[in-house]
Design a protein around this ligand. Structure first.
Ligand SMILES: [Zn+2]
Length: 497
């Protein structure tokens, strides 16, 4: 194992060795489901997707947890304004999050725990912290973590006491109740009428209330890895840089004070911001672009991924239409290369081609093993395309080696344009597609494949009414319709019974 990752805890790139050889527990802070996630959030999720995919491609078994924060000030406020129970209110944003990440080809995590489904482990964690004397109940019924009782506080963020105080007081507006120390953070918030109104309050031995945001992640991570593997330390914990303080610092304090372990995660990985015209992208500043804006404008997810992976995850990325335009051209070039390789005559690869393939395999692995250096991995891929195109121009044949390079790149970076070769290969020209299925078998299949392509386009554009209409049409013509990650497949139902 030669993978090395930058650990925020040590501020250095360290060789990555999981606690148990061959198996990785990986926790990433997921979205707060009160709104549509913006593309800056998705930059972080794409960095985590790359990490997830590279760990898997490196032969590791990965237990990947991404939580959904469905109870906090913002979700409660949204539910209250809509006059809907919290659980019902957030469903639309959870669905949207999954639709958006699927559009961006972000692979499924192993689990997506919802905070409201882990209230009991959260209550148990608070009770344990009170027992251990590191948490206290204040006059208003809320429970706080006593930072003064946890000497290791501040190790991850490396902030001194004065900075910690400044950071804490900046955030008091929503969390301010009676605290012993201004740095203390809330574990459990006493129930308010607005929480009760939307069903966001639970009974606990220390008083009726709801969990604080920091507590959610600790409780869910510990519950899940404890239940599955009997451990209480994560291999990797990831998130955006804005979560280092106070969120991750607080997660460490709660978790370690409870488990007695010296660490909560062995590696802390943080992705940098995405900026739009040089300003941090945030809902607060109103300059956000959502994944659905991109999907609605017909932007190919391969181009979005290429744009994101062109910058190392620890460097700020400035989003611009120009950069997206370049990424679109780059992704199309790779798509043409892929289609050309798949269509080329098969046979033994020449010496020059084998050399290019070996250089790609070596450079690609070296790049990603070096703290996920995706810009270098992309350069290796474009280098392969250049060399292999030259070899194909000279009449070279394509063998399994070159095909497996393309599969590897698809598996890990996935920056190729949406795969429609399978669909368009045998379809009739788009505008010749009739609503009525042709009678003869041959043109009937081509007709179905053509409509499958249109259903896929409709899904990408979120025109679900059109997608449904097409499905019904295909089904009544005797085809089974299957939606896959990168296309729509149609299979003729057996007519002869
Ligand atoms: Zn978290």
């Amino acid at each position: 194992m030669t993978l090395a990752l930058h650990n925020t805890m040590s501020r250095t790139v360290e060789p990555f060795r999981p606690l148990v050889p061959g198996r990785v527990t990986f926790y990433a802070c997921g979205p707060t489901v009160y709104n549509y996630a913006h593309i800056g959030n998705f930059r972080t999720f794409l960095f985590e997707d790359l990490l997830h995919r590279w760990l898997v491609a490196s032969g590791l078994e990965v237990f990947y947890i991404m939580n959904l924060t469905d109870v906090d000030d913002k979700t409660i406020k949204g539910a209250g304004a809509a006059g809907t129970p919290l659980r019902e209110h957030v469903t639309q944003f959870i669905d949207a999050f999954h639709a958006d990440r699927r559009y961006l080809r972000i692979r499924d995590a192993s689990v997506y725990p919802r905070a409201t489904e882990f209230i009991q482990p959260m209550i148990a964690l608070v009770a344990s912290l009170i027992d251990k004397g590191v948490a206290y109940r204040s006059e208003d019924g809320s429970v706080y973590f006593a930072i003064g009782k946890f000497p290791a506080y501040g190790r991850l963020s490396r902030l001194d006491t004065r900075e910690l105080l400044a950071g804490a007081s900046e955030r008091v507006s929503t969390d301010e109740y009676a605290k012993d120390d201004a740095r203390d953070f809330v574990l459990w918030k006493a129930a308010r009428p607005e929480d009760e109104a939307v069903g966001a309050a639970w009974d606990a031995p220390f008083g009726r209330g709801r969990p604080g945001w920091h507590l959610e992640c600790s409780a869910m991570a510990l519950a899940l890895i404890g239940e599955k593997f009997g451990v209480d330390v994560l291999d990797i914990h990831a998130g955006g840089v804005d979560l280092i303080f106070p969120h991750h610092e607080d997660e460490i304090a709660q978790s370690c004070a409870h488990t007695g372990q010296g660490e909560f995660a062995r590696f802390w990985l943080h992705g940098e911001f995405m900026t739009l015209g040089g300003t941090k992208m945030s809902k607060r500043y109103g300059n956000f672009l959502t994944a659905r804006d991109l999907a609605e404008n017909g932007m190919d997810p391969g181009a979005v991924r290429l744009l994101v992976y062109n910058t190392h995850y620890r460097q700020a990325l400035d989003w611009s239409d120009e950069a997206l335009g370049h990424a679109r051209v780059g992704s199309r070039r790779l798509g043409e290369f892929r289609d050309r390789v798949r269509a080329a005559p098969k046979g033994a690869e020449s010496g020059a081609l084998i050399e290019a393939i070996e250089a790609f395999r070596r450079d690609f692995k070296l790049a990603l093993d070096d703290d996920l250096n995706s810009p270098r991995a992309l350069a290796a891929l474009f280098g392969l395309a250049r060399e292999a195109n030259r070899a194909l121009d000279a009449g070279d044949h394509v063998g399994d080696n070159l095909l497996s390079c393309i599969s590897l790149a698809e598996d890990v970076l996935d920056v190729f344009p949406t795969g429609t070769a399978r669909l368009t290969g045998q379809s009739t020209v788009d505008d010749e597609l009739t609503e009525e299925a042709p009678a003869d078998r041959e043109s009937r299949s081509a007709w179905a494949v053509g409509w499958a392509g249109r259903r896929f386009q409709a899904r990408l554009a979120r025109d679900y009414a059109e997608a449904d209409r097409i499905r019904a049409m295909l089904e009544s013509a005797g085809f089974e319709v299957r939606d896959t990650r990168d296309g729509v497949e149609v299979v003729a139902r057996r007519q002869d019974g």
